[in-house]
Design a protein around this ligand. Structure first.
Ligand SMILES: [Fe+2]
Length: 451
């Protein structure tokens, strides 16, 4: 292990350099406060590989003093100076911008003979973190599964918890989740394999309809939905994620077919233990398909389109589901978001439409439904004024998405039942939209659960 002496007054910068030198250059870092402390150390350790120092420390010309000492004593040690320094020497590198810590790290790597290839190998962790809920729908794993335990400030130990091929219980995973475990770990060479394994497993379960009740089916769809969206964001569309998306979409459609009482399906979804995106997506699909049927649109291809669009419309909010609750410009302005989140919300219909175009087997026009799902024609922001100009099925989708959003916010708020449909009539008052809202009303009335 190489040894590096570091003179850096700024505590944050010192920590940043130390941890990066240790991790990416594999060096032992010895911090010192000024030139005399460095020289004292050099007298004991003349074979130190590298000294990194600021040009000045307080009033002291630190770099100049250390440099003169190295030259006078003919030492082999390399020197990196941060800040203005006018000397030149074979062993000297000056980095003018004293805040450019990344250049300090890359220069150190070059001086110490750590190549980009070696660096890359060091950067890639040996184990890949996998969120525990990935293991819930499985009962066995294709590879060994570990938990990580801290050994010291910078070192970890991986302990095997599930052996490849062994059957484990759901209760084991739930116990870890309850205890606050954030990640299991798998060896890095199994990452791709694991994704394929879990996708195959879920597809098989979804396609076999290996569930007895609608509740079980909803639980499986929601688990699969979560995993599929995360995998698509991470790896894009590959054969595993395409197949999984397909199985989920078909399962979403079949869940409605098997249970004709729409209110019953909505009730089960909204009360299931699952996330906002899944609940909104699935209910939006159910409601939009029912409105379409009431308007006389009974094409299987339309139901597929709607289910796909419901699946992907809010994929931008995977990391922060609460952002999906914003559906008007006023709500967006009042939400107090960072510029980055504001842009994410504003552009999410267009972003999701562009993403779905990369899906090679996606039904036609799903991107159009997604782009228009908040009424805006260019897929940016929200609009109630121009909704009349978009295609009929896209209007149905807008109303379904809006209705479900209000239904979910009522569920969250509690209290008196909200007149959701009346509000929709006020918000969308053109004749074409009134027809669609009427079709929604018919759906809700006709399919009320029998007591
Ligand atoms: Fe949205």
């Amino acid at each position: 292990m190489s040894q590096v002496i570091l003179v850096e007054e700024n505590g944050n910068l010192r920590d940043l350099l130390s941890i990066n030198l240790k991790t990416y250059v594999g060096s032992e870092v010895i911090p010192r406060n000024n030139a005399s402390e460095v020289i004292d150390l050099l007298n004991i350790l003349p074979n130190v590989d590298l000294i990194i120092t600021h040009a000045f420390t307080k009033e002291e010309q630190t770099a100049k003093i250390i440099f003169d000492f190295i030259v006078e004593n003919n030492l082999e040690v390399a020197l990196i100076v941060n800040g203005e320094f006018s000397q030149t020497h074979d062993h000297l590198v000056v980095i003018d911008n004293d805040k450019n810590w990344e250049e300090v790290i890359s220069t150190s790597a070059t001086i110490l003979g750590v190549t980009p290839e070696i660096l890359e190998k060091k950067v890639l962790p040996e184990y890949i973190p996998i969120e525990p809920h990935y293991f819930l729908p499985l009962d066995t794993s294709c590879c060994d599964v570990f938990i990580r335990i801290k050994k010291s400030a910078t070192e970890h130990q991986y302990i095997k918890r599930i052996h490849a091929g062994d059957v484990y219980s759901n209760a084991l995973i739930l116990k870890y989740i309850e205890q606050g475990l954030k990640f299991f770990y798998i060896p890095k060479e199994y990452q791709q394999n694991f994704t394929n394994y879990i996708s195959d497993h879920l597809c098989q379960k979804l396609d076999d309809e290996a569930y007895e009740t609608l509740d079980e089916q909803i639980e499986l769809i929601s688990q699969s939905y979560d995993i599929a969206l995360k995998e698509i964001k991470k790896l894009g569309f590959n054969s595993a994620t395409i197949q999984l998306t397909d199985s989920i979409v078909n399962s979403m459609i079949s869940a409605t077919k098997k249970t004709p009482e729409v209110n019953n399906v909505l009730h089960k979804i909204i009360n299931s233990k699952s996330g906002y995106l899944y609940q909104h997506g699935h209910m939006c699909s159910v409601v939009a398909c029912e409105i379409a049927k009431n308007l006389g649109i009974v094409k299987e291809s339309t139901f597929q389109q709607i289910a796909y669009a419901s699946f992907f419309k809010d994929i931008s909010f995977l990391e922060n589901e609460d952002l999906a609750k914003i559906t008007t410009f006023e709500e967006l302005e009042l939400a107090g978001l960072s510029d980055e989140d504001w842009d994410l919300v504003f552009n999410h219909p267009l972003d999701a439409a562009l993403l779905i175009r990369k899906h090679p087997e996606c039904p036609l026009d799903v991107d159009t439904l997604i782009k228009y799902h908040h009424g805006s024609q260019n897929g940016k922001g929200f609009s109630t004024l121009n909704v009349s100009k978009i295609p009929e099925i896209a209007k149905v989708f807008v109303i379904a998405a809006e209705f479900v959003k209000e239904l979910m916010s009522f569920k969250e708020r509690g209290g008196k039942p909200a007149p959701i449909v009346e509000e929709l009539y006020k918000k969308y008052s053109t004749p074409d939209m009134l027809l669609i809202i009427k079709a929604l009303e018919k759906t809700l009335r006709k399919k009320a659960p029998k007591k």
